[in-house]
Design a protein around this ligand. Structure first.
Ligand SMILES: CC(C)(COP(=O)(O)OP(=O)(O)OC[C@H]1O[C@@H](n2cnc3c(N)ncnc32)[C@H](O)[C@@H]1OP(=O)(O)O)[C@@H](O)C(=O)NCCC(=O)NCCS
Length: 133
């Protein structure tokens, strides 16, 4: 696995993103993580993908209105039909890591059925992200 996470998205935390306690709603952050995983994988694969699995997400520090939450990611694993990404959500201002997670996306055809990732695409991703078979 390569150890350099790349910036995928920046999210400005606005009033509509807040939960009942005035901090950014956890579900909103989970949406941003899923969206970042989809963007990241889609840019590499350029094919249809769906989210199969999301790891545990632990929120140890609050995120506030007006924070910019950046999502960084790296490809952890590539299989026959799936790609797993490692994500970190970090506040841009002070660099605090808010949470991390792993998301597995599956390549699908137009009917939503799993489909093997083309070998040439797989080889390019393996080389770019220094992954083993
Ligand atoms: C994604 C989907 C097409 C996969 O079809 P499937 O017949 O279940 O496929 P499989 O069980 O053979 O698994 C496909 C891949 O996921 C992996 N996988 C399956 N179950 C897994 C699990 N519990 N944990 C980790 N990986 C798993 C398999 O190893 C395989 O990866 P690989 O080909 O790279 O080795 C199907 O499950 C689906 O449509 N899910 C709904 C997706 C969706 O709508 N997501 C939005 C949120 S609801």
């Amino acid at each position: 696995m390569s150890c350099e996470k790349r910036l995928i998205t920046s999210n400005l935390c606005m009033t509509l993103d807040l939960g009942l306690n005035g901090n950014v709603f956890g579900g909103r952050i989970m949406e941003w993580l899923d969206e970042a995983a989809a963007i990241f994988v889609y840019k590499e694969l350029k094919g249809r993908i769906v989210t199969l699995k999301v790891s545990e997400v632990l929120f140890k520090v609050p995120v506030h209105e007006r924070d910019i939450l950046e999502i960084y990611g790296d490809i952890k694993e590539i299989g026959t039909t799936s790609i797993t990404v490692d994500l970190d959500a970090i506040t841009a201002d002070d660099g605090v890591k808010v949470c991390s997670c792993e998301i597995k996306m599956v390549h699908v055809n137009e009917f939503g059925e799993k489909e093997a990732i083309p070998e040439d695409v797989k080889a390019r991703i393996q080389a770019e992200f220094q992954l083993c078979d």
